[in-house]
Design a binder for this molecule. Structure first.
Ligand code: OKP
Ligand code: ZN
Length: 349
């Protein structure tokens, strides 16, 4: 399978995040993509650089003022005070209910709070460049499907599925899966499905397509009553307006078994088939792995092969986009298990 990879991912490398009130090294690190790339090469997959500029697609899934903020955020931070290059900006105030989010303040931290859903998505020098390379990979993957590729894998980071039209969150800045889905729509597909198998609900992707019938969003995830992102991902979120009926959440209790997880995957696959999807984007989070340090599902490496095989049997062209997965050294093995399983599933039907 063709895998898209850019060295630019490594430009996003914040040092620490907050975890249980403490500063800890970031779970979402450059080593993640490096381990995946290494395993892809070992298994004979073809690595290519992204070749498409996602700029026009980004303008269709994100707001102009959010894109403008993100692109200059690090420069604005540096301009605030000498020495800021060695420090990380974090938001500390947010426009929650009754406060205004239509006006952008001038204060940098206030702007950061306006455009961030949490304090868990640290910026660094090069965050924009890394995220943009990921979005370019998503656009390139959709383009390659148009040229007849059956499936393409975006080996990119930071992830994207928590990023909404005008906010970052959960280590995510630009919504790569949304860029791929939007590109597939523009290439003429009338029904595109996005299947999010990351442990965490893909709140950003859901919200971007919530009122659209041309993109079906389905997510399998830890129940938001106890799991991040907490404020979205419930079963009663079924879409709005023209999009009513085109959003499906399958929340599972923390600690859910492998059997329970695959039963939910069957429901997702049945809905994708019923919809008559013409192309599929998979938000491929690997944090459902039993050894993931921040998640509670129980999948083993062999289960990722089974996942890939099931997706291959759908008979659709697929863009795979890497999302989460924090058992860093196992990430390559698990990602490639999905891709190899997919190829086996396509072959066997
Ligand atoms: C991103 B992806 C914040 C710690 C919580 C949220 C997890 C983000 C997961 N203090 N971080 O969906 O894998
Ligand atoms: Zn996740």
């Amino acid at each position: 399978m063709i895998a898209l990879f850019s060295d630019q991912h490594a430009l996003h490398a914040p040092a620490f995040e907050f975890f249980r009130g403490e500063r800890v090294p970031c779970f979402e690190s450059p080593a993640r993509a490096a381990f995946v790339k290494e395993r892809l090469l070992q298994r004979g997959h073809e690595i290519r650089e992204p070749h498409s500029d996602s700029r026009a697609l980004l303008a269709q899934v994100h707001s102009p003022r959010y894109l403008a903020f993100l692109e200059t955020a690090w420069r604005d931070w540096l301009a605030l005070a000498p020495g800021n290059d060695a420090l990380q900006p974090f938001p500390s105030v947010w426009p929650v209910r009754t406060l205004r989010s239509d006006l952008e303040p001038e204060n940098f931290t206030a702007r950061l709070g306006l455009y961030a859903m949490d304090n868990g998505s640290p910026l660094s020098a090069g965050t924009w460049e890394a995220a943009k390379a990921g979005a370019d990979s998503a656009a390139s993957a959709a383009h390659l499907l148009g040229q007849g590729q059956r499936a393409v894998f975006c080996c990119s980071r930071p992830p994207g599925h928590h990023a909404g039209a005008d906010f970052m969150g959960g280590y995510c800045f630009l919504n790569n899966a949304a860029v791929a889905a939007q590109a597939l729509c523009q290439a003429g597909h009338e029904r595109v499905a996005v299947l999010d198998v990351d442990y965490h609900h893909g709140n950003g992707t859901q919200s971007i397509f919530y009122d659209r019938a041309d993109v079906l969003f389905i997510s399998l995830h830890g129940d938001p009553r106890t799991e991040y992102p907490f404020y979205l991902g419930h079963v009663d979120e079924t879409g709005a307006g023209a999009g009513l009926g085109f959003n499906l959440n399958l929340p599972l209790a923390a600690g859910a078994s492998v059997q329970t997880w695959f039963a939910a995957l069957e429901q997702a696959c049945a809905r994708i088939a019923q919809y008559g999807a013409q192309a599929l984007v998979v938000s491929l989070g690997l944090d459902t792995f039993a050894e993931d340090p921040i998640c509670t599902f129980a999948l083993r490496s062999a289960d990722f092969h089974r996942l890939g095989q099931r997706l291959g049997a759908l008979g659709l062209p697929v863009v795979f986009v890497l999302e989460g997965g924090y058992a860093t050294e196992a990430l390559g093995v698990n990602a490639v298990q999905v891709l190899d399983g997919f190829e086996a599933g396509v072959f066997n039907g």
